[in-house]
Design a protein around this ligand. Structure first.
Ligand code: CAA
Length: 299
């Protein structure tokens, strides 16, 4: 590699590899993560289970990039370059050249562990493997891996292209070198790494989910209507969205999964999903993505 191509912020091991990362899971978060890496010039291998899931992911990516173009944070030429740097694949062998592999599949322990093991089996042995879990303890997800020194959590926020922080969750086994490499990569993304220890729900969701859940209980109790509850948070706390609007935005199923996972870890009743949340999820009212949650959305 020529002198001017050296990346002094990366360890020597990763410096010998190309600017390529892999994202596993072309869902909402995986696509957002793909977009931000493409936007700063990385090649990205996006791995999906099937052609259909990758096609759906591509549609999401193009919609999201369209929003960025509309907002002026991206132009057509840059967008074309980004799409040329994207490789879609359903074959884990394609992740072998990546310096960082980010797992962004469903928030389900068994699915994530399988994907992570598969990723480790096909990754370069110097690559860092990260999970975008929003609540499952890192040490548990890392249990099936051989090299836990290069494994950590990178919890992105939704919408990924807009939100600045990334919770960087480390276990006792994560090496200083891996932490430093990932911090520097995050820096290049223009995002802010926040070091967080491996506690259930980390920081974001142990604070946010009881807040959202209490708003749902207030609605259930008839303390105010949904608009009233959201208006209090927007005008009274200066939040860009009220808690019910935000729950719809995150996905009611995602909120419930996160709460179930934190409750399972802590046994603390404040993390039990409210009856109304569980009922809406059962009825398939998942928020924006299904067209209805607390509010109704045009498809
Ligand atoms: N690339 C792609 N999309 C972009 C973009 C970009 N560079 N810039 C903006 N957008 C999107 C926005 O996401 C928004 O999408 P929707 O139409 O789907 O809402 C749209 O373009 C319009 O963006 P604007 O900034 O013009 O609109 P806005 O002022 O209404 O802001 C918002 C939208 C950024 C979502 C704002 O309402 C907001 O900040 N809401 C709170 C979000 C939040 O709290 N996120 C954290 C959730 S918790 C979490 O993520 C952790 C977890 O584990 C659950």
């Amino acid at each position: 590699m020529a002198e001017e191509e050296q990346r002094p912020w990366l360890s020597a091991e990763l410096n010998n590899m190309a600017d390529e990362i892999s994202v596993i899971g072309p869902g909402h978060m995986g696509i957002g993560i793909t977009q931000v890496f493409l936007q700063v010039g990385y090649n990205v291998v996006l791995v999906g289970r099937s052609r259909e899931s990758l096609d759906k992911g591509m549609e999401r990516l193009k919609t999201s990039m369209g929003k960025a173009i509309k907002k002026g944070s991206l132009n057509e030429k840059e967008a074309e370059k980004m799409l040329n740097a994207l490789h879609l694949s359903s074959d884990y062998h394609d992740i072998a050249g990546s310096i960082l592999i980010i797992e962004a599949v469903s928030e389900n322990f068994d699915i994530k562990t399988d994907v992570l093991k598969n990723a480790e089996a096909h990754a370069n042995n110097t690559a860092i493997i990260a999970t975008n879990t929003s609540s499952i303890p890192i040490h548990k997800l890392g249990n099936g891996l051989k090299n836990r020194e290069r494994f950590l959590g990178m919890h992105f926020f939704n919408p990924v292209p807009v939100m600045k922080p990334i919770e960087l969750i480390i276990s006792k086994e994560t090496s200083e070198q891996a932490i430093s490499d990932v911090k520097n990569i995050i820096d290049k993304l223009g995002k802010t790494p926040v070091m967080v220890n491996d506690y259930p729900g980390f920081i974001a969701n142990r604070i946010l989910m009881p807040f959202i859940n209490e708003a749902i209980i207030a609605l259930e109790n008839g303390a105010a209507d949904k608009e009233g509850i959201d208006t209090i948070a927007k005008l009274g706390f200066n939040h860009p969205m009220g808690p019910l609007e935000l729950a719809d935005f995150i996905g009611l199923d995602v909120c419930k999964d996160i709460m179930d996972s934190i409750y399972m870890e802590t046994g603390n009743a404040k993390f039990i999903p409210s009856e109304l949340l569980s009922r809406l999820v059962k009825e398939g009212k998942l928020g924006r993505k299904s067209g209805e949650g607390f509010y109704i959305y045009k498809k």
